[in-house]
Design a protein around this ligand. Structure first.
Ligand code: TYM
Length: 351
């Protein structure tokens, strides 16, 4: 069981520490996104590290998105970031399509990454299923655009949930191959930052499946837009086994649903799972679930309320994203111009 220890970030010799991460606005934000990513994005910002956060709308369209919903979900995700504690004056917050360096560098990385690397991506295999002939080319190239997101800023550290680990390994491979092919020490080899008690929040209906915005069952997840009553009901109805909580963390082995609820409690409370077990050793779910529901409501309701308030002024959200995009562009454009130079493209347009 991973403990929520905050390890100091290792500084790479030649690259200053910069954090980049992204979330797809392909549905509402879930408790998995919040605990695995967003809450930790806020922690990194508050530690005073330079942080760049992106709503990856170009990744979202690798699977068809209704345009009206996509626009709404992008604003809602931005509202979620701000409500959770991202300060758009301290962090850079923007949506990917407003900074064209991502797509441009993504193309260059399509020419660096190898077909074999992409074919091994488990997320692609999961999403494509038996239908791999019929999914978009963009879905196959997805991790290459993701590498461009990160490396356009020469970001050194990327906080993510467990499920993104393989994509970040590919980002490292792309950086290394680019540096080797062109005999430069240009891109940093990024460090994934996967830490905390909830790096993989599981479905409330099945402790072996990841909590996901694309799960057809709404009961499987908590959405950041759920009201207090809905959150409470979903937790009380969450699937569990019949046994009380163990008196030692090892007792959660082979009890995926119990382990998931303990991890969620720990992440929300800012404790380790071992501390939660120490507090609730021997407790029945009839006791533990209401305590977890109360904690989840106490932590999430203020975020939902603030999100709803922010969503009343979509023009202000668009203004924040636009201002963030200008700042992001100012960082990414010079990196991209250097890349064009390294790879031998003529850049002679009068300015
Ligand atoms: P996405 O949109 O699926 O998820 C956003 C972030 O939330 C984390 N996450 C979870 N963490 C714990 N438990 C869960 N059940 C759970 N579900 C989601 C994800 O690990 C992720 O950190 N490919 C990325 C988006 C992306 C990106 C990037 C991330 C595009 N470019 C560059 C980092 C850097 C994705 O689909 O995340």
């Amino acid at each position: 069981m991973s403990e929520p220890v905050q390890t100091p970030l290792t500084k790479t010799a030649t690259f200053p520490t910069r954090i980049f991460s992204g979330i797809q606005p392909s549905g509402g934000l879930t408790l998995g996104n919040y605990l695995g990513a967003l809450k930790r994005f806020v922690e990194k910002q508050d530690e005073g590290i330079e942080t760049v956060y992106c709503l990856v709308d170009m990744h979202a369209i690798t699977v068809f998105q209704d345009p009206v919903k996509l626009r709404h979900q992008t604003r809602e995700a931005a509202a979620g970031f701000i409500a959770a504690g991202i300060d758009p004056t301290r962090s850079i917050l923007f949506n990917q399509s407003q900074v064209t360096a991502h797509a441009e560098l993504g193309w260059i990385f399509n020419c660096i990454a190898r077909m074999g690397w992409m074919s091994r991506m488990t997320q692609f295999k999961d999403k494509a299923g038996k239908n791999s002939e019929n999914v978009s080319l963009g879905l196959f190239a997805y991790p290459s655009l993701m590498a461009a997101d990160i490396l356009a800023y020469k970001a050194t550290h990327v906080p993510v949930g467990e499920d993104q680990k393989q994509h970040l390994e590919l980002c490292r491979d792309i950086a290394i191959k680019f540096n080797n092919d062109y005999k430069v020490d240009f891109f940093p080899v990024v460090e994934p930052v996967i830490e905390g008690a909830a790096t993989r929040v599981m479905s409330l209906r099945d402790g072996t499946a990841k909590m996901s915005k694309s799960d057809p069952s709404d009961q499987s997840r908590i959405n950041l837009t759920d009201d207090a009553d809905t959150i409470s009901k979903k937790i009380r109805k969450a699937k569990t086994d019949m046994d009380p909580l163990p008196d030692h963390i090892d007792g959660l082995k082979d009890r995926p649903e119990a382990k998931n609820l303990v991890n969620i409690y720990a992440a929300l409370a800012g404790h380790t799972p071992a501390q939660v077990i120490a507090d609730y050793a021997g407790a029945q779910f009839g006791t533990f679930k209401p305590a977890l529901a109360d904690l989840a409501v106490a932590k999430l309701e203020p975020i939902t309320t603030e999100m709803n308030r922010l969503m009343k002024d979509p023009a202000e959200i668009d203004r924040i994203l636009g201002a963030g995009a200008v700042r992001a562009d100012a960082l990414a454009r010079p990196v991209l111009e250097q890349v064009y130079d390294i790879i031998g493209m003529i850049r002679s347009r009068p300015v």
